[in-house]
Design a protein around this ligand. Structure first.
Ligand code: HEC
Length: 382
């Protein structure tokens, strides 16, 4: 025994049974924290010692929940309070979109708590080792002996009483362990050395990386997209004389599948004649397409009562108005094809025949909303 305070007293036992029998006797004397060191796990010893379950699981749970709440609150604040932008027509606080981040942050908080909590809190890093590892008995403990130690809990540890208790419980050897000197940990010297170590590792890793890249030049995983004949941005096209990749159409030609209207204004379009017959099939197709393409803005009755909110900004025309009812078919066809002010062109979405079918259906809507007595009588007569 050397100078210094006894931190724990270690009693050695020859068999696991002897140890298990000793535990309740020593525990009853209540001299300090009990700990057992055995060469292999002994069933039931944690209960006998009265060890509590590790608090780590609870810590991880709490921090995981905290992570989820943090992620939710953060995203809610960003997307519903600080910067409420509607994307994809969803309400800004659509929580479904927050789930991936909530999940990630939950995992982040939980894993960091598990890792750092275990190392720093429960394993007491940055202290390395444990007094028992420096004991004379440790070799025997890792081989065939069983040790029970009474460890000091705070001040007033009675090492003599602990030795007596272990001897009374049948320990065959007793060793008193001294509290090791623990220098203050975060000294400026330590910090400097740690920072220096990190710096040197970074430099060495950088140099190794540099050498590796030089020695083993980049092998792209897929080069066929990189090495294809293509026109890179801002580069001249070697194929065409003028160096442009995009060419004007050859004068006097027409793209396949595209016939020019042959008119160049809405007034001229008045002369166009609807080539489709007014059959139920054509009207049904016109109705279907009107419902898909036009109703949104012009309303189901084409009277300019849109499904859109005021956010659309423009006022869709009332197709039931006197003016439009008096339009020849061609002028309506022109508007669908070319668009007008805030109304977009539908040339790319609707074939020529589809556009004419819609014109028929608009006509039918106009008739239906402005029926005369004569119309009603004619219908009754049928
Ligand atoms: C995105 C909304 C929108 C859609 C979709 C839309 N329109 Fe329009 N439409 C408008 C607006 C806005 C005007 C008024 C344009 C103006 O005169 O400034 C208009 C005007 C018109 C006019 C009157 C043009 C004139 O000469 O005064 C006709 C006819 C018309 N639309 C038919 C249609 C048909 C048929 C469809 C479906 C193929 C359609 N619109 C789809 C917004 C729309």
């Amino acid at each position: 025994m050397s100078s210094g305070n006894a931190s724990s007293v270690l009693g050695l036992f020859d068999t696991a049974d002897a140890l298990m029998e000793a535990i309740p006797q020593v525990k009853a004397k209540n001299l300090g924290r009990l700990e057992a060191y055995t060469p292999y796990p002994i069933h039931g010893i944690d209960d006998a010692l009265g060890l509590r379950r590790s608090p780590l699981g609870g810590m991880v749970l709490v921090m995981g929940i905290l992570g989820a709440i943090t992620a939710f609150v953060f995203q809610f604040w960003v997307s519903a309070v600080d910067y409420p932008i509607i994307t994809g027509g969803k309400a800004p606080w659509s929580w479904e979109a927050f789930i991936p981040i909530i999940f990630e942050v939950t995992v982040l908080f939980a894993t960091f708590t598990a890792g750092l909590g275990m190392l720093l809190l429960l394993n007491r890093l940055p202290l390395f080792g444990h007094p028992v590892l420096a004991s004379d008995a440790i070799k025997a403990i890792t081989r065939d002996r069983f040790a029970l130690s009474i460890e000091a809990e705070g001040e007033g540890f009675d090492a003599a009483a602990a030795q007596a208790a272990l001897a009374a419980a049948g320990a065959t050897g007793i060793e008193v362990l001294i509290e090791p000197d623990r220098d203050p940990f975060l000294t400026s010297d330590y910090i400097l050395r740690a920072a220096g170590g990190i710096f040197v590792s970074c430099v060495v890793a950088g140099l190794i990386m540099y050498g590796a890249v030089k020695l083993f030049p980049v092998l792209p995983p897929m080069s066929h997209m990189e090495d294809q004949p293509k026109l890179a941005a801002q580069k001249a096209d070697p194929f065409f004389k003028d160096g442009f990749g995009m060419q004007e159409p050859v004068p006097g030609t027409v793209a396949r599948g595209y016939l020019p209207l042959g008119v160049s204004s809405q007034e001229e379009a008045a002369a166009l004649v609807n080539p489709l017959p007014t059959t139920p099939a054509v009207l049904a197709e016109g109705k279907r397409l009107f419902h898909i393409r036009c109703e949104l803005c012009h309303g189901p009755l084409a009277n300019g009562t849109p499904t859109l909110t005021a956010a659309y900004g423009a006022k869709p025309a009332n197709l039931q108005s006197e003016q439009i009812r008096n339009y020849p078919d061609g002028k309506i066809f022109w508007v669908i094809t070319m668009g007008k002010n805030a109304m977009p062109s539908h040339a790319a979405d609707l074939t020529v025949d589809q556009r004419w079918a819609i014109v028929h259906y608009v006509r039918a809507l106009q008739r239906a909303q402005n029926a005369t007595d004569a119309d009603v009588k004619a219908a009754e007569a049928r």
